[in-house]
Design a protein around this ligand. Structure first.
Ligand SMILES: C[S@@+](CC[C@H](N)C(=O)[O-])C[C@H]1O[C@@H](n2cnc3c(N)ncnc32)[C@H](O)[C@@H]1O
Length: 302
């Protein structure tokens, strides 16, 4: 392992973000990454990209293929890749307006910008990706808990977060992300697309939406299309195809055994692969008393 010292942090707070698990995940990285054999990195469920940014700080792979089904998120990465200076300008101006406003003015600003952002989602317009990206970052920093949640019409509906001093524009970090993305392809699309480019010099890390660990803890609505058991099975088939090609593959998910010790869903699905259980803190629960230690699973083909 080398330290390249880019020190990039995710620019979005993202549900299921892997920042807290990096220490544990890093002990299970493929040996081929450590020997420098791996040239291409794939992250097909990109979200906030915590693992991508961490890996880029410690390993010198040549190219990254990044996929995300949520168009606003994919657009945001592309705008940082191609137009970061203008994005920083937009964010600085939103930040000023927010920080200098009274509590009431901040709340009004948040709901106005949420409505403007939903205009993009309703019209599915390709106009002004720059503005859409700026609004996504602004809302992510100022909404309740940095959640991204949409209603049945596909509109972003997370309420105002009441933060005193949110870091809306972290210019240095955005510029560092911009530099890193010069060696990356960002696609708005389904995880299966990784099959187009992955070969035996590749490492693929899958971090799909969690399989709900209880009937009530169903946080899978990053988009209005849910990620159910059939999707988990489709993902397992893609995992198998990559394994067959000699790709190094790692996958994380929630552990159903936390609530039902007899639930063998992932143990059955990935039978024959290397499965580890990591300790995590449950973060997506509005009820603070119900946050606690749970295990998450990590599946590897090496
Ligand atoms: C658990 S999150 C990933 C979190 C990320 N690892 C991080 O550290 O922030 C899963 C992501 O997959 C995206 N997603 C859902 N279905 C997808 C699909 N079929 N193909 C690609 N991405 C998908 C969601 O929008 C969400 O951003």
């Amino acid at each position: 392992m080398i330290t390249i010292n880019r020190q990039i942090k995710p620019f979005l707070k993202w549900a299921g973000g892997k920042s807290q698990l990096i220490g544990q995940i890093s002990t299970f990285l493929p040996p081929a990454l450590k020997t420098g054999k791996i040239k291409k990195y794939f992250e097909p469920f990109l979200g906030g990209g915590a693992i991508y940014f961490w890996l880029a700080d410690h390993y010198d792979f040549e190219y990254a293929y990044l996929y995300e089904l949520n168009p606003s998120v994919a657009i945001c990465y592309k705008v940082i890749q191609t137009n970061v200076k203008k994005l920083v300008k937009e964010l600085n101006s939103l930040e000023k307006e927010y920080l200098y406003g009274s509590d009431k003015a901040r709340e009004k600003l948040f709901y106005d910008k949420r409505e403007e952002f939903n205009g993009f989602l309703r019209r599915r317009s390709a106009n002004s990706h720059l503005r859409r990206a700026a609004l996504l970052i602004f809302l992510n920093k100022t909404c309740f808990n940095g959640l991204y949640r949409v209603n049945s019409k596909g509109e972003f509906n997370v309420p105002f977060g009441r933060y005193n001093n949110p870091a809306i524009c972290n210019e240095d970090n955005l510029l560092a992300v911009h530099d890193l993305l010069q060696n990356a392809e960002v696609s708005c699309g389904d995880f299966e697309q990784c099959l187009e480019h992955a070969d035996n010099n590749s490492f693929v890390y899958f971090d799909p939406p969690y399989r709900p660990i209880s009937a009530t803890a169903s946080f899978t609505s990053y988009s209005k299309d849910s990620f159910g058991d059939n999707e988990q099975k489709r993902l397992c088939r893609v995992f198998g195809e990559l394994d067959h090609r000699g790709v190094s593959v790692m996958l994380s998910n929630s552990d159903p055994k936390n609530v039902n010790p007899t639930d063998e869903f992932f143990d059955d699905l990935y039978n024959g692969y290397h499965i580890e259980r990591l300790n995590a803190t449950r973060l997506i629960n509005c009820n603070a008393e119900r946050r606690g230690f749970i295990t998450e699973i990590l599946v590897m083909n090496y």
